[in-house]
Design a protein around this ligand. Structure first.
Ligand code: NAP
Length: 212
């Protein structure tokens, strides 16, 4: 699959590395320091490339949107048209000081991105830490769950495929509006990982009732 990543930070790099290793054609983009982008792609290995957000998105089967909420205007402008694209977003709609959600209850960051871009948006990976995506062998062995939601069936199938290739067991939470619950859950995970010191590489599993 051709994957364009917008956001060359912790999440974009870590997911890109996993997907490149799984055999996908990954292109990473969006940084203030263009000189380092090429070395980020090189470090990701497995033929990963660097490009502008517009070039990364062009022709991609999936676009991962992984930027700070305060930079979405710039990121969307540089991506140009994302209409009709499959867009996976882990972006949390945080205030500029990263202390709380700027949108919630009546909407979500994912719905706002869908409205602004016309892309088929799937909210996913916003409930996992970047550390969980590290190369730690123990973490890879855990195969944690990841909840996701979206309105477009085909985009959700792509998300399932890419979640599995990133080492997760994907769990469908429903329509895109459910991102209103997923995004605060992402903050709960961050609270447990970073503030309650349960471990930055913590993951979660939904325990299902036993089949009789
Ligand atoms: N980190 C996590 O554990 C985690 C977990 C769940 C969800 N999330 C969410 O996922 C999203 C990405 O998080 P992250 O931790 O990967 O963020 P990050 O490490 O801060 O990366 C953000 C990326 O955006 C780029 N950027 C920032 N401002 C820019 C600008 N003005 N122009 C061009 N590029 C710019 C950064 O480039 P440079 O800094 O190199 O310029 C970097 O590539 C956020 O919305 C976050 O809330 C993060």
């Amino acid at each position: 699959m051709k994957i364009g990543i917008i956001g060359a930070g912790r999440m974009g790099r870590a997911l890109g590395r996993r997907w490149a290793r799984a055999g996908h054609e990954v292109t990473i983009s969006f940084t203030r320091d263009l000189r380092k982008l090429e070395s980020i792609a090189r470090e990701m290995g497995h033929g990963a490339r660097s490009a502008s957000p517009a070039d990364a998105a062009k022709g991609a089967d999936a676009v991962l949107f992984a930027v700070q909420w305060s930079t979405i205007d710039e990121a969307l402008e540089q991506a140009r048209s994302l209409a009709g694209r499959t867009m996976l977003t882990c972006t949390l709609p945080m205030t500029a000081d990263d202390s709380e959600l700027a949108i919630g209850h009546a909407s979500s960051g994912a719905e706002e991105l869908a409205r602004r871009t016309g892309a088929s948006v799937v909210a996913i990976f916003n409930t996992v830490t970047s550390e969980l995506l590290s190369d730690d062998a123990e973490v890879a062995r855990m195969r944690p769950d990841v909840v996701y939601c979206g309105d477009a069936a085909e985009a959700k199938l792509t998300a399932v495929h890419l979640a599995r290739d990133a080492g997760f067991n994907p769990i469908d939470a429903g329509a895109l509006r459910i991102a209103r619950y997923l995004e605060p859950f992402g903050l709960l995970i961050a609270q447990l990982a970073y503030e309650r010191n349960l471990g930055e590489t913590l993951g979660y599993r939904i325990v299902l009732p036993r089949e009789s």
